[in-house]
Design a protein around this ligand. Structure first.
Ligand SMILES: Cc1ncc(C[n+]2csc(CCOP(=O)(O)OP(=O)(O)O)c2C)c(N)n1
Ligand code: SF4
Length: 286
């Protein structure tokens, strides 16, 4: 399958050099490598520069409310489990306003892929501190420096029950596409946290800053089946920053266990109550 099947005429409106271009390309590359037809893909987003992504990709898309992409995606997946559902958004959208939804989706293990363009600021609203901005960093909303410690999305995903946890970097495009491909292939909730520099508002966590620090976990013999090792690695930050698959495991998905889906996807089940179901329900009152 050729990459062009996922291209639209609309030009991405991101600033030249924004890390999100590589993520868009990575999603297109992963979907074509997996030979997935655009009609079988839904990309859901919230609000933010990164959340504009569904508009730049030829597939079904849903650009929803700030922080509410994950519940929309899980709803879509529940009624149509055959759909490949990807959530695309930013750290502010997902790890800030949408954090609660993200946590519950991980423990429930919906078979969706969450690609977070983590630029460690709120880009669209011109550079306020986000939940992943580093302590001490001066931003528009923290002119004296951030006084809070940032959240660690990789550790959070690991302890909350995500069954596939990976990190990628927009400056390593092939590896990024591979991480997204593995995430989509994985059955269960997959998080791909992408270090995706905001060239306009984050002058600290730049491409150069990451290039001096990132290394590939899999080149260092990391075993992604070992949760303890994954948690240990998730705390590595600053001097050395690991990218790659931290952890992958097998656990039944929410869709696998949902009684309402035993007879197949809701979208292909008959509407209303038929005679058979009616009788079944009445039996409860006998
Ligand atoms: C409920 C609500 N709160 C705040 C906003 C304003 N807002 C829009 S985008 C955004 C930040 C997006 O940041 P992030 O998710 O990190 O994405 P980025 O723009 O960096 O890609 C904010 C605060 C909003 N639209 N709705
Ligand atoms: S403001 Fe930052 S995140 Fe938004 S498009 Fe520009 S570089 Fe990208």
């Amino acid at each position: 399958m050729d990459l062009s099947v996922y291209k639209v005429e609309t030009k991405a409106t991101w600033c030249p050099g924004c890390g999100d271009f590589a993520v868009l390309r990575g999603i297109q590359t992963a979907l074509t490598a997996l030979e997935i037809n655009p009609k079988d893909v839904l990309v859901v987003s919230g609000i933010g520069c990164s959340s504009n992504l569904p508009g730049f990709l030829k597939s079904y898309g849903f650009h929803g409310l700030h922080g509410r992409a994950v519940p929309v995606a899980t709803g879509a997946k529940l009624v149509n489990p055959d759909l490949n559902v990807i959530v695309a958004g930013g750290d502010g959208d997902g790890y800030g306003i949408g954090l609660n939804h993200w946590v519950h989706a991980m423990r429930r293990n919906f078979n969706i892929t969450y690609v977070v363009m983590n630029n460690q600021v709120y880009g669209l609203t011109t550079g306020q501190a986000s939940p992943t901005t580093e302590k001490g960093q001066r931003t528009k909303s923290t002119p004296m420096g951030v006084i809070e410690v940032p959240i660690n999305p990789i550790s959070m995903a690991l302890v909350t029950g995500a069954t596939f946890v990976a990190r990628a970097f927009s400056g390593d495009a092939d590896h990024l596409a591979k991480m997204i491909e593995l995430g989509i292939k994985h059955k269960g909730f997959s998080l791909v946290d992408v270090l995706s520099p905001c060239v306009t508002y984050n002058k600290r966590n730049t491409y150069q800053w990451f290039r001096e620090r990132v290394y590939r976990l899999q080149d260092n013999g990391h075993n992604p089946k070992n949760l303890d090792d994954a948690i240990k690695k998730s705390y590595e930050w600053d001097a050395k920053i690991p990218i790659g698959v931290f952890y992958e495991t097998d656990r039944p998905t929410y869709e696998d266990e949902e009684p309402g889906l035993k007879k197949g996807p809701v979208v292909s089940q008959p509407l209303g109550i038929n005679q058979e179901l009616g009788k079944e329900l009445l039996k409860e009152f006998e």
